[in-house]
Design a protein around this ligand. Sequence first.
Ligand code: PLP
Length: 483
Amino acid sequence: MAKQVVADQAKGMVLSRDDTNPIYLQICARFKTAIAEGRLVPGDRMPSVRALASELGLSRGTINLAYQILAEEGYVEFRGAAGTFVDMRLRTPEKSGAPPPAPRGVLSEQSPNARPFQLGLPALDAFPRKTWNRLVSHCSRQLGAGQLGYPQLTGLPALRERIAAYLALSRGIACQPEQIFVTAGHRASLGLIMRALYRPDDGIWFEDPGYPVAREFLLSIRARLHPVPVDCDGLMVEAGRRLAPHARFAVVTPANQSPLGVMMSMERRTALLEWAGESQRWIIEDDYDSEYRYNRRPPLSLKAMDRGERVLFTGSFSKVLYPALRLAYLVVPQSEIETFERACRAASAGCPEFHQAVIADFMEQGYFIRHLKKMRALYADRRQLLVDVMHDVFGDRVTAISPPAGLHLAMQFQGYRAPASQIAALAQAEGFGLQPLSLWHMGPQLIDGLLLGFTNLESREMAGSLARRLKDICIAAGRERRA
Ligand SMILES: Cc1ncc(COP(=O)(O)O)c(C=O)c1O
């Protein structure tokens, strides 16, 4: 990163021959300003004389002279063949007693998003980084000129094949790799579907409560959403028929309703497929974390029951691997492949292939299935840990309302003066990553509660101390409400 920063500083240098200062002094001044403003810090590598001369269209002698002056004034140091660096002795006085900073690198920066009870993250501590890094190294050693052009629009063939094999095995879906479109995340999958099939004014049934990210995305492209309530059997198909009889799409999470975790019953699945078949409607099956069900095998997908080819199936690597990958996929019916390829060509340049290749290797070598198995056991334990500590700390004032599935727990709180939305706001202000159920609702809210992520609870002590902090917040929220 440092190298890039320095190169950018160099590009941004506006030098003028009309200036009363000679060019080499103008260069010195620009670097001094960059250091004073913290855009360059001690230890950053300066661009090589040759590179900077070429970048600025100047002679190497001019740059050499500027660097000599900077070195004499203590701004930079020459380290022989290693290059020229911003002088370490420039550290600010208050930091001068501290040990020298570690070399910077973008990947060493702390991720800001693993907050207490954070929703939507897999267990970051348990990802098999060693194995993964080995596969990354292997793929990077294989990088040839052929991989430097534009990526394949619909995804890396090797990955599409692995996904097809995995879906056949674990989700009961019989599809060809050509039906699979690799995308840059769930929103990109939805975007592709909308571009390919949505017509102005089409109505969309949207689960209520339902995933706010998808909701915001669809609203942002002016899709017409109709909230349809969810009960313990999943989306209420009859209510959908009553509330929005002319809708053409339904977005559902049948394996693991987001956020309540309930599984869509067989009756509702049949009813939904029937609804879609009647007038060539589309069901978007969001299968984001069906792998995580702790008391029984994952249910078969809706797509596996889809005789009429009305289901568009979306999956993501965010929960089963990690979200920074930004890779997901969409399975479309055979009959729609061309339509989706056209939509893809119009609006996408494909996804970077490097990590697609790593995932394909990870799956092909059997690590993926092993990882899922290990994660299922770990999450079952961490979920139970959260249930236990919440009961220890809150007693019967708290009830877990979601079944043993998914990566978070929906909980109701009794006997506190503040509603869950207010408790959540206060908790978020204190750095918690939990969410109120109200955020997931479009229509009238039937259940008040909080959604708590448990995937990153690494120990009982940690879970207990977070639960106690949350209890204090519940009490404080009630006090604020009274005041
Ligand atoms: C309901 C739901 N669908 C899909 C996804 C996957 O989204 P993405 O692929 O953008 O990470 C998530 C992630 O949190 C989710 O909660």
